[in-house]
Each structure stands twice: as C-alpha cells, then as structure tokens.
Design a protein around this ligand. Structure first.
Ligand code: FAD
Length: 279
C-alpha cells in the first residue's frame, strides 16, 4: 500500500507595499502553487496591525481559487471586531484559520490585551460551528513564556480540545526536540496531527535575532559553519538548503505527518528544498 503523502503548506506574511503585493500574488504564488501544497497561510501582525492587509491578501488568493488560511488573534480588538472579521472570512469562502494568542507589538508595552488561543478557538467554534478547519501553534522547544514544558503541552491540549483540528510547530533545527515533543503530546492524550514548521535559512543575522525572541534554538554547529562563510551569502544559502533538506528528509522518513514551510514570501529556497525531497 502506498504510504499517505505528507501534508505540505506554505506560509506568507502580508506584504507592506503595492509592489510586494503584486509580486506575491502574480509571481510567488503561481510558482509555489505549482508544487501543489494543501494550503497557504498568511500571518496576522502582532496586535492586529495587519488586519486589512492579511484580509486583502487572503481574499485575493481565494478569488484565484487557492485554499488559504488567514492567521488570527484578538490583538487589541474586542469580540465584535474579531467576530466581524471571522464573518468576512466566511463570506469570502475561507475555510481555514490559524488561531493564535499573538504577541503585543513592540513599543505598546502591556497596553493590549492578550486572549489565549484556546479562548479564540472556542470563540470561533461558537460563532461558526464546523465551518473552519482550525490550526493552532505548538512549541517543541517550549513557548518562551511557558511556566513549564508540561504546562505548555497542557495548554496545547486545551486548544485542541476547544476544537482545533491540528497544530503547526514553531520552527526548529533539532529534530530530536520535535519527536520527543510528539511522544510527550501523545502521552498527554493528544491524538491530533502536529505538523513540523520549517524555516529555510535565508538571512542568517535576522534568523538568529528572531530565534532568540521566539525561543527556537539554532545549533552551535550551524552558527559556526555560517560564521565561517563570512560575507559569502551564496555559500550560506547553499549550506542552508543542504541542512534544511536533511532536516526535512529525516522528519518525513521518521513519520512526521507533514511540513509547513515559513517561506518568507520567497519562491527559493523553499522550492529547491521541496525538489530535493522529491515531493
Ligand atoms: P497560547 O497558546 O495562548 O499560549 C501563550 C502562552 O501562554 C504559552 O506560554 C502557554 O503555555 C500559556 N498559556 C496558553 N493558554 C493558557 C491559558 N489558558 N492560561 C494560562 N496560560 C496559558 N504571531 C503573530 O503575531 N502573528 C502570526 O500570524 C503568528 N503566526 C504563528 C504561526 C505559527 C505556526 C506559530 C508556531 C507561531 C505564530 N505566531 C504568530 C507566534 C505566536 O503568536 C506567539 O508565539 C505567541 O506568543 C503565542 O501564541 P499562541 O497562540 O501559541 O498562544
């Protein structure tokens, strides 16, 4: 019997400019869509800062017939505003959502409320029943604010029990962290799929900075290797593709249910990794 194909999805962030929007919709999306992903997703700026752009991009993609999931969090909004956005997505035939607590935008201090993701999932289910396939976030290397490894898994279970269908992980480079996490989730009674979030290595300085904030570890050997390439960006990219291809291959060979690529709105290197994997 042929084994089940892994689920592949691609993530974007909403472009900031009209040129960026045009490139994303007319160049990047057709090229990545050729790879036949199950769906695309589009992030939601911290605190709802991209409310309109996220909605605009997903609506445009949906009208091209593409299956696309907006990310959503309460940000600083109240139930009426979040409910109205959800209703818009229903009207525009959006069938998936990625439900998050999100973070407060930098510079806003604690001004904005943060509604936990399990509460958002319950809110979506109460308002729209089974209309949406809902994804939530998971953290194989632990969410940076979590009280403990076990409590973080407990809250992941709460999101899934509230009605989410599956989870997508924060990106990681330590494959053992992911499979250990799956085992611990299973022991905690989680039986829904947890897809691996994978970040191609593109701009290493940005990746290192972002990783410090979100609690994803870049192994020392990767940092050392990249440091050795100095300003030779071509070698960094080539090395990044090799490392991430190997990571994905190990994940798929070891039974990961699928991969969610954080594409950074670029066709390459996601496409090259995808091809290397023979998907
Ligand atoms: P939650 O699941 O609510 O957890 C947040 C923290 O609180 C954790 O430490 C958890 O242990 C704890 N916790 C959870 N529930 C409870 C509870 N009921 N009571 C007490 N404590 C609790 N950010 C964006 O701004 N926009 C995006 O589009 C975006 N997309 C993402 C996509 C993916 C796949 C991933 C992995 C992350 C994404 N993020 C995004 C980042 C995410 O918003 C942050 O990591 C945020 O800090 C936590 O969101 P969450 O939904 O995981 O929160």
């Amino acid at each position: 019997m042929p084994s089940k194909q892994p689920r592949i999805s691609f993530e974007y962030f909403p472009p900031k400019t009209a040129d960026g929007r045009e490139k994303l919709l007319e160049v990047t999306t057709p090229a990545l869509n050729e790879l036949n992903p199950e769906f695309f997703s589009v992030t939601y700026g911290a605190g709802g800062t991209t409310r309109d752009t996220t909605c605009d991009v997903v609506s445009a993609m949906r009208s091209q017939g593409i299956d696309v999931a907006p990310h959503l969090s309460f940000g600083g909004d109240n139930e009426d505003a979040v409910g109205a956005l959800i209703d818009t997505y229903v009207e525009r035939d959006i069938k998936r959502l990625v439900a998050l607590r999100g973070d407060t935008p930098s510079g806003m201090g604690g001004a904005s409320q943060l509604v936990y993701a399990n509460e958002l999932v319950a809110f979506i289910r109460e308002r729209t029943g089974d209309h949406f396939e809902i994804e939530v976030a998971a953290y194989p290397e632990i969410h940076p604010e979590a009280n403990s490894y076990d409590s973080d898994i407990g809250f992941l279970k709460a999101k899934l029990d509230a009605g989410a269908n599956s989870a997508i992980t924060q990106y990681f480079f330590n494959v053992e962290a992911y499979f250990y996490f799956l085992d611990q989730c299973s022991a905690a009674g989680i039986d829904k799929p947890i897809y691996a979030g994978i970040m191609p290595i593109i701009n290493f300085a940005n990746l290192a900075r972002f990783s410090r904030n979100c609690g994803a570890e870049i192994p020392r050997w990767i940092c050392q290797r990249v440091e050795g390439y100095g300003k030779d960006q071509d070698s960094v990219l080539k090395f990044g593709i090799e490392v991430v291809t190997q990571l994905c291959q190990t994940l798929l060979d070891s039974g990961a249910p699928g991969i969610h690529f954080y594409t950074m709105n670029q066709v390459e290197p996601t496409r090259e990794i995808y091809r290397n994997l023979g998907l």
